[in-house]
Design a binder for this molecule. Structure first.
Ligand code: MLT
Length: 261
């Protein structure tokens, strides 16, 4: 699994959104390296990671992350993800709860897909395999960022477009099928034994604020950060506000781990 890391200290794994790569976390590697060891892998098939032969599943991606922690010599980490990365984080909560110090769920949702959403993912998977990433640019790019970014921040929008265009078709199809098969995670969140930070861009149309509120309501120990003037890619659209929320959370966790007196 290809990984970019920066900094020292509390291990923080950040899992990227669909159909991007660890390149989306540039501002987090730069901005959070002073307080954490920031570990940002490319999920299977994206960026520098091989796709492999396994059947599509978010569980397979979660097991990849657990193996990455073994390789890095990290016993427990704060694990977080944006959107698809959040689905993988919830699969980590199910399959590898003993590896978690805390979780961050950003612009994601705990519910499974509806039948219509599953059918649409299969349509996109077939289209991307047939004609390449143009379907992703045409159909997904517009909703990936919020209206503020789309209207006023051409550089950020251009960067997201570049990342979407470079998504490998095989990986995009595999990931669509993996996401289509993911289960409902509300029970998993209700049973979470570690603190959770839920982040959402106030302009997110794909995983709106209501989805974030539902996750905060489910976890036993949750807090919510709503990021202003950001959409579905809040980490990339408003990195300073996103990083402030994450740094506050990791400071809280580091404080709780320190012996009292
Ligand atoms: C993402 O940003 O990772 C996707 O919007 C997730 C999804 O398609 O559900």
């Amino acid at each position: 699994m290809y990984t970019r890391s920066a900094g020292e200290g509390l291990p923080l794994v950040l899992l990227h959104a669909f159909p991007l790569s660890s390149a989306m976390w540039l501002a987090q590697r730069e901005g959070l390296a002073a307080v954490c060891k920031v570990i940002t892998p490319d999920l299977r098939g994206f960026g520098g990671s091989a796709l492999g032969e396994d059947e599509p599943s978010v569980d397979v991606m979660a097991d990849d992350v657990a193996r990455l922690l073994d390789r890095e010599g990290v016993d427990r980490a704060v694990v977080g993800g944006q959107s698809m990365g959040g689905y993988v984080t919830m699969a980590m909560c199910r399959r590898h709860p003993d590896r978690l110090l805390g979780v961050i769920l950003a612009d994601t949702k705990a519910g499974a897909d509806t039948e219509a959403a599953r059918a649409n993912r299969e349509r996109v998977a077939t289209a991307v395999l047939g004609s390449g990433s143009s379907v992703l640019v045409e159909e997904m790019l517009p909703a990936l960022v919020g209206r503020t970014t789309a209207q006023r921040r051409a550089m950020v929008f251009g960067r997201v477009r570049g990342l979407v265009q470079s998504a490998p078709p095989q990986a995009a199809a595999w990931a669509q099928r993996a996401m289509a098969g993911r289960p409902d995670s509300f029970d998993t969140l209700r049973g979470l034994k570690v603190p959770a930070l839920v982040i959402v861009g106030e302009e997110d149309e794909i995983s709106p604020v209501a989805d974030a509120e539902a996750m905060v309501g489910a976890v036993p120990d949750g807090r919510l950060a709503v990021i202003e003037k950001a959409g579905h890619l809040s980490a990339l659209e408003q990195p300073e506000a996103f990083n402030r929320a994450v740094a506050g959370f990791t400071a809280e966790l580091a404080g709780a781990a320190r012996p009292h007196g």
